[in-house]
Design a protein around this ligand. Structure first.
Ligand code: COA
Length: 172
């Protein structure tokens, strides 16, 4: 399979996730406060068809930057019967507010769109204002609230949805 690589900036590329990325992916997951998947779950995901919906923001020539990481962030999603479920997206603290979250999300939505998937959805903690703002900027709208959906700490979930076919307006 050809590696779809998109140059986001001079120093960062969006590329498919591989097994070699997983230690850093898990490190980013842990430091970003996401619900835990862990190495084995990402590894299992990479073995199946969902691997087409797993991308990283890869730092170019990290060896030239002493102590630098190889990844700035990542995103994973799953394709269902007729909807794309965005599971996790995270960007390292020092790379935030530089457009990478938007690039990663845009890449996944484009993949879904190319396959003719009508809808993408995700859940997030109701108090996650950074993620809410990112998703709204990418066209998602809130379609439901799930009371006490998350634990540790207990918090409501917002369900957000976006149309991938035709208009990019969120489903209301
Ligand atoms: C949410 C997250 C992935 C955003 O990544 P990012 O690379 O910083 O996002 P971007 O730079 O692409 O931001 C795009 C837009 O989203 C909005 N946004 C992102 N972070 C924001 C913040 N902290 N406060 C307000 N708006 C924010 C802004 O509209 C921003 O555009 P702007 O910078 O031109 O104003 C990142 O904050 C993160 O990793 N958080 C921890 C993990 C997490 O909560 N993931 C989501 C789980 S549902």
């Amino acid at each position: 399979m050809t590696e779809p690589v998109v140059a986001v900036r001079n120093d960062v590329l969006i590329a498919r996730m591989t097994e070699h990325d997983l230690l850093e992916v898990v490190e980013i997951e842990e430091s970003s406060g996401l619900s835990r998947w862990g190495w084995a779950a990402y590894y299992a995901e990479l073995q199946g068809r969902h691997r087409n919906f797993m991308f990283v923001a890869r730092i170019r020539n990290p060896e030239q930057r002493r102590g630098a990481s190889a990844l700035a962030g990542y995103i994973v999603a799953r394709m269902g019967a007729d909807e794309l479920h965005i599971n996790n997206v995270a960007v390292r603290d020092e790379y935030r507010r530089q457009g990478l979250g938007q690039e990663l999300l845009g890449r996944i939505l484009e993949q879904g769109r190319l396959l003719g998937t009508p809808v993408a959805f995700l859940e997030l903690r109701a108090g996650n204002s950074a993620a809410l703002a990112l998703y709204e900027k990418c066209g998602f709208g809130v379609t439901a609230r799930r009371k006490n959906y998350y634990s540790d700490p207990v918090e409501d979930a917002l369900v957000m949805t976006v149309n991938l076919v035709g208009s990019l307006d969120p489903i209301r």
